[in-house]
Design a protein around this ligand. Structure first.
Ligand code: CAA
Length: 509
């Protein structure tokens, strides 16, 4: 449209990353003069430094010549103040377009448009780079700021020109006319967008327009996926980069846009639509509370150096690593505890087994010992050296221990080979020696003999006792010290056979 009034001078309010980017494409591509306003001189000087470095990069990459750079530098000037006269210098009334790029806070923007509506002639386009705030409301504010005659005209020059971050790289602007916006304003805005070397799309004035109505819920969902611990920030972003060929994942993109901006956009979307799908995630709000608003703060979902470069270990990954480390540690502790428990149980079982073995061994030793004692005692008893535990002559006591101790096997019954048995004192007339049935409470003598009563015959023995008579004879002979009548063969249960000396009175005839 050749009749469109040309745009030669632009004022930008807000020297943040968007404002500076818009200044860059305006000066470098659209080749217009730019006054960039910001109440903060330090923000302004950072912006100008970035502007110079972008130009130097372009020269280094042969995108522009040195004279292009010089010209671009001369086209941009920084102005301290909000542009409305509230602080610092006001925007000059000869500018063709004002592009507002201040924080995404409705009251701030509405206040600025009201002031600019009264300050600048209605030929000056008032554009907002808002991501979500109603352009119609901004137009109304600009109308309200103007005189009653100018109200309509003041509202009709308001439009949304929405750039994307990083502005020098992103090839798009969204044009959003308000209900009040004039066709001329729309055409001039589109033309300016193209002059900035951007493709232009148009959206009606609906919350979030085209881009953020779709992008913000996606970013918010990504934050919720992180919040729920479904995946790490790295994995969420990698999924989008490699799975959907996005140049960056939604969390890295949120860091680039600024988490404060994302939160503000989401609040607007939520308030304007009342739709719960736009409610900002709790984590996003908390991160903004913490001041972790992304690249510009050096920290968001990732950490950045002073130049906005990503540090190697993002906090999210560090958190995941820490969480993994804790989980591994807890798992290790649980394993160790289980091992300790198992060792305790094993130890207890071993102890019990040991005690059992010890008891069994003791019992076995005791058994062997008592058999040994039985043998030894027999020897001792027969040798007369250990009579203390056998019935003494003249008593009618059985040596019950001895008598009740079964001999374990036949060889014990027989005196050990080579054993000499000194004779029992012939004076002990009541003492009987020999083999007895120890299972009986009365002593049934078998092969038993006594000095005073050598007639005791083995045939008085219970018939079940079976022992080779030779053993008995030997035993008796040796224990009494002289030959006894040949006992007849008889039965003797070896397990019930006792050997010793008893009161002969107890020996059954
Ligand atoms: N400002 C200016 N230039 C930047 C920049 C920044 N913040 N970040 C990167 N660049 C430049 C680099 O200097 C580099 O330039 P050269 O080609 O001249 O060397 C170029 O971009 C490519 O950068 P890198 O090689 O370092 O990295 P890359 O290839 O991954 O590209 C990216 C970086 C351009 C940011 C790319 O990842 C990308 O396109 N990301 C998606 C960005 C996006 O979706 N933006 C829209 C956000 S929505 C929005 O802004 C609107 C809203 O309302 C919220």
């Amino acid at each position: 449209m050749s009749s469109l009034a040309p745009i030669r001078k632009v004022a930008i309010v807000g020297a943040g990353q968007m404002g500076l980017g818009i200044a860059y494409v305006s000066a470098v591509h659209a080749r217009v003069h730019v006054a960039i306003h910001d109440p903060s001189s330090s923000v302004l000087s950072s912006a100008m430094e970035l502007y110079r470095s972008l130009l130097s990069r372009d020269v280094a990459k042969s995108r522009i010549t040195q004279s292009d750079e010089d010209a671009a530098l001369s086209r941009v000037k920084s102005v301290v103040g909000d542009g409305s006269g509230q602080s610092g210098e006001t925007i000059k009334d000869d500018v063709d377009v004002v592009i507002e790029a201040i924080p995404e806070i409705p009251d701030l923007k509405l206040g600025l448009f009201k002031k600019l509506g009264g300050l600048l002639p209605s030929s000056t386009i008032l554009a907002s780079n808002t991501s979500s705030i109603s352009i119609t409301k901004l137009a109304a504010a600009a109308g309200n700021g103007a005189s009653s005659e100018e109200r309509k005209a003041s509202a009709s020059r308001v439009i949304g020109i929405h750039y994307f971050n990083p502005v020098p790289q992103m090839k798009l602007v969204e044009i959003i006319p308000a209900l009040q916006t004039s066709q001329e304003t729309i055409e001039r805005a589109k033309a300016f967008g193209r002059a900035c070397k951007k493709e232009v799309t148009t959206s009606t004035d609906s919350p979030g327009f085209i881009a953020n109505a779709i992008l913000m819920p996606m970013i918010n969902e990504a934050i919720m996926v992180l919040e729920k611990g479904i995946a790490s920030a790295e994995d969420i972003d990698t999924t989008f980069r490699l799975g959907m060929a996005h140049p960056m994942g939604p969390l890295a993109l949120a860091d680039l846009i600024g988490l404060d901006t994302c939160l503000n956009i989401q609040k607007v979307l939520h308030n304007e639509t009342g739709d719960s799908k736009y409610r900002p995630s709790g984590l996003l709000s908390r991160m903004v509370d913490a001041g972790w608003v992304g690249r510009k703060a050096g920290k968001g979902f990732y950490e950045y150096d002073a130049k906005g470069g990503r540090l190697t270990i993002p906090p999210s990954r560090a958190l995941v690593q820490q969480r993994d480390y804790r989980a591994r540690k807890a798992e290790k502790i649980a394993q160790l505890q289980q091992t300790v428990e198992e060792l305790r149980e094993e130890n207890a079982a071993l102890k019990a087994e040991l005690v059992d073995m010890k008891n069994r061994e003791n019992a076995r030793l005791k058994g062997e010992q008592s058999a040994d004692i039985a043998v030894d005692s027999r020897v001792n008893d027969a040798s007369g050296s250990n009579f203390s535990h056998i019935p003494q002559p003249g008593t009618s006591q059985l040596d019950s221990d001895r008598l009740n101790t079964p001999l374990s096997n036949p060889p014990f019954i027989s005196p050990l080979p080579g054993t000499t048995f000194p004779p029992i004192d012939p004076g002990d007339t009541n003492c009987c020696g020999g083999l007895f049935d120890c299972s009986s409470s009365t002593v049934t003598g078998l092969g038993a003999n006594s000095i005073s009563n050598p007639q005791i015959k083995a045939d008085t023995v219970d018939p079940y006792i079976n022992i080779q008579h030779r053993h008995v004879q030997d035993t008796v002979e040796r224990s009494v010290g002289h030959p006894v009548d040949d006992p007849p063969p008889f039965q003797l249960d070896p397990t019930k056979c006792c050997y010793g000396l008893v009161d002969c009175d107890l020996v059954a005839e």
